[in-house]
Every structure is written in structure tokens, then in C-alpha cells.
Design a protein around this ligand. Structure first.
Ligand code: PFF
Length: 450
């Protein structure tokens, strides 16, 4: 066993690991991104493709990524080097870890900006700004926030500061405690919101929009976005689950944990979608209104429902916490790498990487106001381009390579040992991971390039 493996921290229980992984998976991707990209891509058919991607691509890659992490027991580049050496494969596999770390930093740079919107809304809700708010009021409230780079900068900085402080404390003490009360609370508030949505006139239309597929609305790009989102929402393809897996004991079942993560993550996204589109259709709003969707709809619900002040404040508070537990996981692979590969103390590494990421985030802030007409990829703003590059290219590419490595390069014995499945399930898993997953990802990629 190497020195790094000996000093590797471990989760105290299987539940602690599952909660931390769910904390990473459930975040802005479920509450903010899933509803708005579903709205932009026409609803039902997009949701169906997304669910298929979770099952056929997301879950297998999640299982492979955690297993590889547990076997390699290091930061993503170190894990990949060790596994490559063990399997007699090219040294260059460590670059897969680097791709992941870069993706994590790029995602975090806009993630803290959006989490900052959540914080601003938390404060607004506590101050009673949403009481009696209607759809028009909510729209202008959101535009006012977007039009104020100073306010966005303030909250972006606060969220980044929190992330740095929590990550400095280390994985166990920093993450485990926060998540064990946060996740159940988030679930309760979502159920309350679902109850509210059920009694709105738009509820039926919301279900129809989300679950009645109209394939004429599906384009090649929307399939790519649905697939990319499966990676984003499960936090896979970039080494987060690999580094969380590195802290998992041999005793625990990776497959069971992965199923839990995928199920809870999908449920949270679907409930958020049902709630948000009920409000959209009840108030005659536009489903495809983009990144502001969550922030332009929910204040209307909180403004009108009994106890809205309380639930609104609680909801936005939880959005921030859910975002924070994901933000931590975005920076962990790189911080761990600085620590174990370069012997940089954890706190120093957190400030270094956090500071750099904060700087990149300034461009995202500007892309909602002063630089909104500057376009990088096609008609995409800086924020849109980073989001596209990471979720739709870097993560699927990372995930594809992980599937190839785990399915084709690692020895059968190692795979068998990590998964501990019966012969039948192992055969099914291998077949999906070796053939279905890589072929599906490649087809989506190639068809989009063409
Ligand atoms: N899964 C998170 C979300 O849905 O908000 C975002 C994320 C976290 C993506 C960690 C990737 C990652 F490694």
C-alpha cells in the first residue's frame, strides 16, 4: 500500500458515504438546471431521453467511477496512474484525471454565481420581499438582480468563501454533518411544494408537459444536452465520485450506494420540475425562459401560499446548502491532488484553487449584464459556453473514457472484486458498460459534430 493510500481519509459509515455522494449529486443541477433545460427543450421527449441516459449511461458510469476511486485510493490523476500501472496500460491515463479537475474548476466558477442567486433570494425571502408577489413582480425582481453586477459579485464571493472554509476542514468533519440534516429537510420542503402545486390549475398541464413525449420537439442538440445533464446531475465523468470513492471502505457495496444516489437524484429533479411547471402554466409563463426559470416562478408560489414566508425562506436556504455540498465536491478532486501529489497543505490549496475559480467566475457574472452580448461558442455567452463545454463535452468524454477503462482495460478479477455481483448481474453490467454506454455516448457525440 502506498503512503497516500494509508493516509487517505474514510467515511465513517456506508450511510455517511451515500449521503455525501447524494449531497454532491443533488444541487443546482436538479432544482435550477433540470427544469430550465427541460423547458427550453420541449418537455416530455427530452425528459424521456434524460431518464434513459441516467439508466443506461449514468448509473453504469457512476458504479465504475466509484469503484475505480476505491481501488486507486487517490486524487483522480493519481488513481488513474495507479490503475493504469496495475493493468499495464498507458501512463497517459492520468490525463483523464486532469480533464476532470479542469471541468470541476470551470463548473464551480459559474456554480457559485448561481448559488449566489439562491443566497440573494434567501435574504429577500426572509425580508418579506416575496409576500403577495405576482408573476410580473417576480420577473422584474430577477431582472433587477441580473442587472446588478455588484450584488452578484457579493454573493458569488460569499458562496466561494463558504466553500473554501468547509473544504479546508476536510471531507469528514466538513461534509458529513451538514448533509445529514440538510437532505431530509430539502425533501420535506419539496413535498410541501408538491402539495401546493397539486392544487394549482396548472398541475395537470405540468404533468402532461413533463411526461407526454412529443418527439417532434427533439433535436440532435437536445439529445446531447439531455445526455450531458445526466453526467452533470450525477456528478460523474470528472473525478468527484472517484475521489469520494477513494474514501469508501472495502466493506460497502458500491452498486447499492450508486442505485440510491441515482434514484434520489432523479426524484428530486422530477419533483422540482413538476412544481415549477405547475406555476409556469398556472400563471401563463414561458416554459423556455432560460436560466431564470426557478427564480421567476417559485417566488410567485411563496407569495401566494399560506406560510409562504416560512417555506420560501426555508427553500432558498436549502437551495444554498444543496449547492454548497455540490460546490465542495467540485473542488475536492483538485484540492486532494494538491495535497497528496504536491504536499500543499489543505487550507492553502483550498484558498489557491478557490481564488482562481472565483476569478473565472467574474466572467460569468458579466455575461448576465455588461458582457451579455459577447458570444464565445456560436450564440452562447461566456456562461453558456462554459456550461456547454463542461456538461456536454468534458463530462461525457470523461465518462466515456472511464467506461472504456473499467470495461475493457481493468482486469476481470479487479472488476469482480470491486462490484461483488452475482454472475448474472455482473454479465449484464459488463455488457451495458462495455457496449451500450460507450456506443450511446459516441453516437450522440458524432451525430452532433456532423
Ligand atoms: N451534481 C451537481 C448538481 O446537479 O448540481 C453538480 C456537480 C457536482 C457536477 C459535482 C459535477 C460534479 F463533479
Amino acid at each position: 500500500m502506498t503512503k497516500a493510500a494509508l493516509s487517505s481519509p474514510t467515511w465513517s459509515t456506508q450511510t455517511a458515504f451515500i449521503l455525501a455522494a447524494i449531497g454532491s449529486a443533488v444541487g443546482l443541477g436538479n432544482l435550477w438546471k433540470f427544469p430550465y433545460i427541460t423547458g427550453e427543450n420541449g418537455g416530455g421527449a427530452f425528459v424521456l431521453v434524460y431518464l434513459a441516459c441516467i439508466l443506461l449511461i449514468g448509473l453504469p458510469v457512476l458504479i465504475a467511477e466509484i469503484s475505480m476511486g476505491r481501488r486507486g485510493r487517490g486524487s483522480p490523476p493519481e488513481t488513474m496512474s495507479r490503475l493504469a500501472k496495475e493493468s499495464g496500460a498507458s501512463k497517459l491515463w492520468w490525463l483523464l484525471g486532469v480533464n476532470g479537475m479542469l471541468a470541476g474548476i470551470l463548473i464551480l466558477s459559474f456554480y457559485t454565481v448561481i448559488a449566489g442567486w439562491g443566497m440573494a433570494y434567501f435574504v429577500d425571502s426572509v425580508s418579506g420581499d416575496f409576500i403577495d408577489m405576482d408573476a410580473k413582480g417576480a420577473a422584474s425582481h430577477f431582472s433587477a438582480l441580473m442587472g446588478s453586477p455588484e450584488t452578484l459579485l457579493l454573493w458569488h464571493s460569499v458562496v466561494m468563501l463558504f466553500t473554501i472554509v468547509v473544504i479546508s476542514k476536510g471531507v469528514k468533519s466538513g461534509i458529513e454533518k451538514a448533509i445529514s440534516f440538510m437532505m431530509p429537510a430539502l425533501f420535506v420542503v419539496l413535498i410541501v411544494l408538491l402539495g401546493y402545486a397539486f392544487f394549482t390549475p396548472g398541475f395537470g398541464q405540468s404533468l402532461a408537459f413533463l411526461f407526454e413525449p412529443d418527439f417532434s420537439k427533439l433535436t440532435g442538440e437536445s439529445v446531447l444536452i439531455a445526455m450531458g445533464h445526466a453526467f452533470f446531475t450525477l456528478s460523474i465523468g470528472m473525478g468527484t465520485m472517484m475521489v469520494y470513492g477513494a474514501y469508501v471502505s472495502e466493506k460497502y457495496s458500491v452498486v447499492k450506494a450508486s442505485i440510491w444516489i441515482a434514484v434520489v437524484d432523479t426524484l428530486v429533479a422530477l419533483i422540482a420540475g413538476i412544481v415549477i411547471f405547475s406555476i409556469v402554466f398556472t400563471n401563463g409563463l414561458e416554459p423556455g425562459s432560460g436560466p431564470g426559470l426557478l427564480f421567476q416562478t417559485l417566488p410567485v408560489a411563496f407569495g401566494q401560499m399560506t406560510g409562504g414566508w416560512f417555506f420560501g425562506s426555508l427553500f432558498f436556504g436549502l437551495v444554498v446548502l444543496a449547492a454548497l455540498s455540490s460546490a465542495i465536491s467540485l473542488i475536492e478532486p483538485t484540492v486532494r491532488w494538491c495535497e497528496s501529489r504536491w504536499s500543499i497543505p489543505r487550507t492553502k490549496a483550498a484558498w489557491l484553487i478557490g481564488g482562481l475559480t472565483w476569478l473565472i467566475g467574474l466572467a460569468t457574472i458579466a455575461s448576465f449584464n455588461i458582457a451579455s452580448n459577447i458570444h464565445l461558442f456560436g450564440d452562447k455567452t461566456f456562461f453558456g459556453s462554459i456550461d456547454f463545454l463542461t456538461a456536454n463535452i468534458m463530462l461525457p468524454l470523461g465518462g466515456l473514457l472511464m467506461a472504456v477503462f473499467f470495461g475493457w482495460i481493468m482486469s476481470k478479477e479487479s472488476v469482480q472484486k470491486e462490484l461483488g455481483l452475482s454472475v448474472y448481474w455482473l454479465r449484464l453490467f459488463n455488457w451495458v458498460l462495455k457496449f451500450v454506454t460507450p456506443v450511446a455516448v459516441s453516437i450522440v457525440f458524432v451525430s452532433n459534430i456532423i
